[in-house]
Design a protein. Structure first.
Lengths: 426, 411
């Protein structure tokens, strides 16, 4: 097992890759009562086309399989997953994103039992045709609930317009029509090909002894009679990432309009540390331009163009990255115009603003240090292969290295009119 | 000094240092809205940092310090709370951070942005309007609306007891910048002050800094926390609104308070009834019979009450009510399995252990202990928990009496 020490922060992380390919990360938090466990599968809603291990023809799965599969993992033949976790004094949860399915548990007792249960219930599949049919009704309700939510709609429509031909053009849960097509076989196919140890990472944060934990995990993995099934891989035609729809307006009869600006990243963010540094640079850039510190924000707030619902976020994954800025506004056109103007001129505006940058770096570092007191935040900060499995402590180190020229370069390459899409819901 | 208390707890567990100032005074209906707006003004600007940019820039300079200000009702007591969180000095190249943060809190408390004998007009207007907007939006939260109506029915005729932490919309709208300033002076000079600091800190430095604060002498007040209510009458009402789902809110008296022998039995009773996803209301009313989208209960150990909330289909209202009643009757008749008792104690233990991991919650917990005069150690608490018997829970259940019911009928 390897160890990485962060001397400045007096922290350490232990990591290892098991013989079956499972990546394990252990972050000790002395004196903490709670241990947080995250078993993350690198399989999400965009992984719809599967190339089987034997190289035979690609198989297309209906949209929403990853999310459907996540739901059905909790329904076992001889036991109820939720109840068993509760019996050990633990809580369990799961969520599916565009690229991952994450199963999380937290507990203050019975760590060994909880760890084993987490590994077992995720890695050993059981699906029943009748239960699959029943689940369709439940997930249909969930999809309709999101369809009724104008904020969720705004987000998914914007993403769809940035990637009209790529699998991001589907909601994570799929559609009412697509889930009807899902069969038991689809679930086994997806599980067999994607829920492989080599495609997973396990993160454990709490007052734990790394050697004891890694032994427990190794014992579990050797006892678990996993089929040595050769995994398949998701297939993407990278040409599909091209294209953008510039404008969409929808009328839902809302009391107040909602507007969103999507900015699609076209230049590669790189790999490993470089990727992390670019992501953090983009985060700092957005913050300096759009947070409540900024003159733009104060002005738009004062003029009633934005209110407390103003929000922005960055998505950075292996194959894509984008920014999403939204808000409720009585003046959607002004909202968009002012945002575009600020962003497209950002490179110039930032010249000479080194003091502002240093202040914001100071704030972000302090804020992240405090976030380290949450076992959950710490666990969920562990990244993926494309960013070198970085974590919160790496972020703190890298932020210190970012300078004004990095922000200006990022502004000039990321904010381009051609990359922008506007979405308004009235 | 009398009426001003500083509690410093040193721990190496957290990278966060939490500082909380609590101004404690008796609950007064005429002051609640004013204190509510005051807390928001304090979180916004003061004479040293008079606008949004200088204020937020200072927080950024304090290494991303977090600031929260609010008011809370604790039974017959009202608390205005100013809470800050900063990263530990030792991890930054800034060993002045703790001192600077205490100075910032001093600005909040002792340097209000005033002109003459009233708060700065623009500041007052923004914060008062924000609070008014928030109270107006509560009408859109149908579950909360139903709860508030059932609370008013419970304390029918006793307006003061049913009021929220920040008073009513009408109260907020009728405030003036002058009134809020008077409230500020009153609190500063007369309220009991409880300061809690939790983190990896040097106790002496903390004490030295806070002892510089220019608090005036004040007499020690005896604060009454518990709300006793001897009314026997049961009050009901209903209202129709163009909404999809009917909201039901039931108010019960449960005369067991935080310092009673049976306190933990009452907490466990509430857990079993509707206090978690393992409870009867969740597992049976929602999961098994699908008669409610949400069904839960909450126990208030300062008011001696249990309130049940449920969101049901109009057509199934009677069925849902009956099934809810059935759960109470079954507990009252002693139908609690050994497994349930063990699980629910475990749940409570886990919750307490989890809270100890959150700096914010620990700081509040320390304050609660001081306020309620309960200095039990964790192991004493654990022993008390283990000793709670099924019979005690059943006895507590049988003390419950329905006192109010409000139904917000959907279409």
């Amino acid at each position: 097992m390897k160890q990485k020490v962060y001397e400045q922060l007096n922290k350490e992380i232990y990591y290892d890759t098991l013989t079956n390919g499972l990546k394990v990360f252990i972050i000790p938090k002395p004196h903490f009562n709670k241990t947080f466990l995250s078993l993350d599968v690198n399989y999400g809603s965009i992984d719809n086309t599967l190339i089987p291990a034997d190289g035979s023809n690609p198989i297309s799965l209906p949209a929403g399989v990853a999310h459907f599969l996540e739901h059905k993992m909790f329904d076992k033949k001889t036991y109820d997953v939720d109840s068993l976790f509760n019996h050990y004094g633990a809580e369990v949860n799961a969520f599916t994103s565009f690229t991952d399915t994450n199963y999380v548990a937290e507990t203050t007792q019975n760590l060994k039992q909880v760890l084993n249960l987490l590994l077992n219930f995720v890695q050993v599949p059981y699906f029943d045709a009748a239960k699959v049919e029943k689940e369709k009704g439940i997930i249909e309700q969930e999809i309709k609930m999101y369809d009724d939510d104008p904020d969720a709609l705004l987000y998914f429509k914007t993403v769809r317009n940035m990637y009209p031909h790529f699998a991001l053009n589907q909601d994570v849960a799929g559609s009412v029509d697509s889930i009807q097509k899902i069969t038991v076989n689809d679930l086994y196919l997806a599980h067999n090909n994607f829920y492989r140890p080599a495609n997973m990472k396990l993160v454990i944060v709490g007052d734990v002894n790394p050697d004891e934990i890694i032994s427990m995990i190794k014992q579990n993995q050797s006892e678990l009679d996993l089929k040595s099934f050769n995994a398949g891989k998701a297939f993407f035609d990278l040409n599909d990432l091209r294209g953008i729809n510039r404008l969409e307006e929808t009328n839902l009869g809302l009391a107040q309009p909602k507007a969103a600006l999507g900015i699609k990243g076209l230049n590669s963010m790189g790999n490993g540390q470089e990727n992390l540094k670019n992501e953090l640079t983009l985060e700092l850039l957005m913050y300096i331009l759009l947070s409540s510190h900024s003159t733009l924000n104060a002005q738009m707030y004062k003029n009633g163009i934005i209110d407390d619902s103003f929000n922005y976020e960055i998505e950075n994954e292996h194959l894509f990255h984008f920014a999403f800025i939204s808000g409720d506004t009585d003046y959607p056109d002004d909202f968009i115009t002012q945002l575009k103007h600020t962003l497209l001129n950002a490179g110039q505006r930032l010249v000479g603003k080194n003091n502002e940058l240093q202040l914001i770096k100071r704030e972000m570092i302090g804020s992240r240090i405090m976030q380290g007191d949450s076992v959950e935040r710490l666990a969920l900060s562990v990244g993926d292969k494309f960013n070198g499995y970085s974590n919160l402590y790496d972020e703190i180190q890298i932020i210190q290295q970012i300078e004004l020229v990095d922000l200006i370069d990022m502004a000039n390459s990321f904010f381009k009119l051609d990359n922008m899409t506007v979405n308004i819901i009235k | 000094m009398d009426g001003v208390n500083l509690q410093v707890v040193n721990t190496h567990k957290f990278d966060t240092t939490t500082l909380v100032i609590n101004l404690i005074s008796p609950w007064e209906v005429t002051e609640s809205a004013s204190r509510g707006v005051l807390s928001r003004i304090m979180g916004s600007a003061n004479a040293d940092y008079p606008d949004q940019q200088s204020f937020t820039n200072r927080l950024a300079w304090l290494n991303g310090a977090d600031l929260d200000t609010d008011v809370f009702r604790y039974g017959n007591t009202h608390v205005l709370r100013i809470r800050m969180e900063i990263p530990n000095n030792k991890m930054l190249a800034n060993d002045q951070l703790l001192k600077m943060t205490i100075d910032f809190m001093a600005s909040i408390l002792f340097k209000p942005l005033v002109s003459g004998n009233e708060f700065n007009k623009e500041l007052f207007d923004v914060e008062r309007n924000n609070l008014a907007r928030y109270l107006e939006s509560i009408k859109d939260d149908k579950e909360l609306y139903a709860y508030r109506r059932s609370l008013e029915l419970y304390y029918s005729g006793q307006y003061s007891l049913a009021q929220s932490d920040v008073g009513s919309l009408a109260d907020v709208k009728s405030l003036t910048a002058q009134k809020v300033y008077q409230t500020y002076l009153e609190l500063l000079n007369k309220a009991q002050i409880q300061i809690t600091v939790l983190g990896n800190v040097n106790k002496d430095i903390v004490k030295t800094e806070f002892s510089k604060w220019p608090f005036k002498q004040r007499s020690r007040q005896s604060l009454s926390l518990k709300i006793f209510d001897d009314q026997q009458k049961m009050n009901m009402d209903s209202e129709k609104q163009p909404i999809q789902q009917t909201k039901l809110s039931l108010g019960y008296s449960l005369p067991v308070y935080y310092d009673d022998e049976l306190f933990l039995a009452a907490v466990l009773f509430n857990q079993i009834l509707g206090g978690s996803t393992q409870s009867r209301l969740f597992q049976i009313v929602r999961e098994r019979y699908h008669l409610a989208y949400y069904a839960d209960s909450s126990y208030n150990s300062l008011m001696g009450t249990v309130f049940i909330q449920a969101g049901v289909n109009n057509e199934q209202l009677e069925q849902a009510e009956n099934l809810i009643q059935k759960q109470i009757l079954e507990i009252q008749a002693g139908q609690i399995t050994d497994e349930t008792l063990t699980d629910v104690k475990n749940e409570l233990l886990n919750a307490k252990l989890s809270n100890q991991d959150v700096p914010q919650r620990m700081a509040i917990s320390l304050f609660n202990q001081e306020l309620l005069g309960q200095m039990n150690s964790f192991s004493v608490w654990c022993t008390k928990l283990k000793r709670v018997t099924k019979q005690q829970i059943v006895n507590v259940a049988n003390d419950m009496k329905l006192r109010s019911k409000f139904i917000l009928l959907g279409e």
